[in-house]
Design a protein around this ligand. Structure first.
Ligand code: HEM
Length: 208
């Protein structure tokens, strides 16, 4: 997992991301795992409350799920889970008090999609995550502070698909089987972009 970010432009959306990941071919996670983040223009001086995310995750025969933790550990952090199903990539916001099936997140965060794609080995999603960098799950609070220029994030990847895949509030999961970890994600000045507002306006698709 790189700490210093790569920077790439998503060809389809034109959005510029800082990114971190596990390369395809690495023993840590079959197929690799990539997360990208784009932030509002002033995010490196004033804590942002939202971001645009890029996820590219492995799947086997179009199955699987992946996710990340906005504080690092699985527990006491806002968790984002994504999985492909019949041409749609679904997401759910979750929160776990222990190492068991996370609860549906009780706060007001919201994901809207900019684009997604999938083939037999990978799926990807570009999405806006509003109110995602500060969380309150029934009084359990936390924050990912962008003004420090450094985040601690967690990654996770699994091959069995969720149960109830078309109903994000009611999915069931087995314990992840294709890698997980915590890493320090340095943010550089490419992460905070004057085009953020225009990019965020492209996030018009709601998948529930
Ligand atoms: C770690 C169980 C779902 C993210 C772990 C560990 C267990 C576990 C036992 C620690 C393993 C070890 O240290 O060897 C489960 C179970 C789940 C589940 C039973 C569902 C039924 C999720 C979800 C996410 C997630 C939905 C995020 C979207 C993580 C991360 C770690 C982790 C980032 C590594 C960091 C840490 O140890 O806290 N999980 N998990 N997990 N899990 Fe989960």
């Amino acid at each position: 997992q790189n700490n210093v970010p790569n920077t790439f432009t998503d060809a389809q959306s034109g959005i510029v991301f800082n990114s971190w990941g596990i390369p395809n071919g690495s023993p840590q996670s079959q197929g690799g795992w990539t997360f990208g983040m784009a932030l509002p223009q002033n995010a490196l001086s004033t804590d942002a409350t939202e971001f645009i995310g890029y996820l590219e995750c492995a799947s086997k025969n179009s199955a699987g799920w992946c996710g990340f933790s906005l504080a690092g550990p699985m527990t006491n952090s806002l968790l984002i889970t994504a999985w492909p199903h019949e041409g749609t990539v679904y997401t759910t916001l979750r929160y776990a008090n222990g190492y068991a099936m996370p609860d549906k997140y009780a706060g007001n965060a919201e994901i809207t999609q900019i684009r997604s794609s999938q083939n037999s080995t990978h799926f990807s999603l570009v999405f806006r995550c509003k109110n995602c960098l500060k969380w309150d799950h029934n009084g359990s609070v936390g924050q990912a502070s962008t003004s420090g220029g450094f985040l601690v994030l967690g990654w996770v990847q699994a091959f069995p698909s969720p149960g109830n895949p078309t109903c994000p509030d009611q999915i069931t999961l087995e314990q992840h089987d294709n890698g997980m970890g915590i890493w320090g994600a340095v943010l550089d000045d490419k992460v905070a972009n004057p085009s953020y507002t225009a990019w965020a306006a492209k996030a018009t698709k709601t998948v529930t």
